[in-house]
Design a protein around this ligand. Structure first.
Ligand SMILES: NC(=O)c1ccc[n+]([C@@H]2O[C@H](COP(=O)([O-])OP(=O)(O)OC[C@H]3O[C@@H](n4cnc5c(N)ncnc54)[C@H](OP(=O)(O)O)[C@@H]3O)[C@@H](O)[C@H]2O)c1
Length: 173
């Protein structure tokens, strides 16, 4: 990583790990697309470092994810570094969590991550280079009481990530 002018996409860039990652990538010379819902946090981030472009998206909304992915696919320059960072945790006994909350956290932590990756992969193959970082968690390896739903999203992230790592070699042959 680190060649000047390459395009990076960081989801969940408005705070925490995503925000810091976006700044570090921009400092290394990447052009960074910083995606999240909170427009004002993204605007403030874009003022922090050169080369950061804010992109508002609600990753819990499949239609908005499609709109966002079309924009990513239509970029003149392909994304060569994808940081699938957006995600959050919900807690609660399984009998108490609403299906709406379950669906929403799966939309953000897993389905949007898959869809955004699908949008970036053709460009990476064209470039014949690419780095994808999927933010998992210790909850991707172990599960805890009241954390089953979150852990199930991150276990799925682990499975997708392992498969993608192997597909990389199969599809490059
Ligand atoms: N921090 C930890 O200790 C820890 C531990 C294990 C794993 N992780 C994982 O690391 C990643 C980042 O964690 P963090 O602690 O840095 O979290 P954070 O500070 O809460 O940031 C989460 C980011 O995800 C974005 N996001 C959440 N829902 C979204 C939605 N519907 N659409 C678009 N963006 C959305 C938020 O932006 P908006 O609210 O502006 O949309 C925010 O930028 C997550 O995947 C988390 O599961 C973190």
């Amino acid at each position: 990583m680190g060649e000047k002018g390459q395009m990076a996409l960081v989801t969940g860039a408005s705070s925490g790990i995503g925000r810091e990652t976006a700044i570090r990538l921009a400092e290394k010379g990447f052009k960074v697309i910083a995606a999240a819902r909170r427009r004002e946090r993204l605007a403030e981030l874009a003022d922090q470092a050169q080369g950061i472009t804010p992109q508002q998206v609600d990753l819990s909304d499949p239609e908005d994810v499609e709109r966002f992915c079309r924009e990513i696919s239509n970029l003149q320059e392909s994304v060569s570094v994808l940081i699938n960072n957006a995600g959050y945790s919900i807690r609660g006994a399984l009998e108490d969590v609403s299906m709406e909350a379950v669906r929403r956290v799966f939309e953000v932590n897993l389905f949007a991550m898959i869809r955004v990756t699908q949008a970036c992969l053709p460009g990476m193959r064209r470039l014949r280079r690419g780095t994808i970082v999927n933010l998992s968690s210790i909850a991707g390896k172990f599960t805890f009481p009241l954390g089953g739903v979150y852990a199930s999203t991150k276990h799925a992230v682990e499975a997708i990530t392992d498969a993608l790592r192997m597909e990389r070699y199969v599809l490059l042959e």
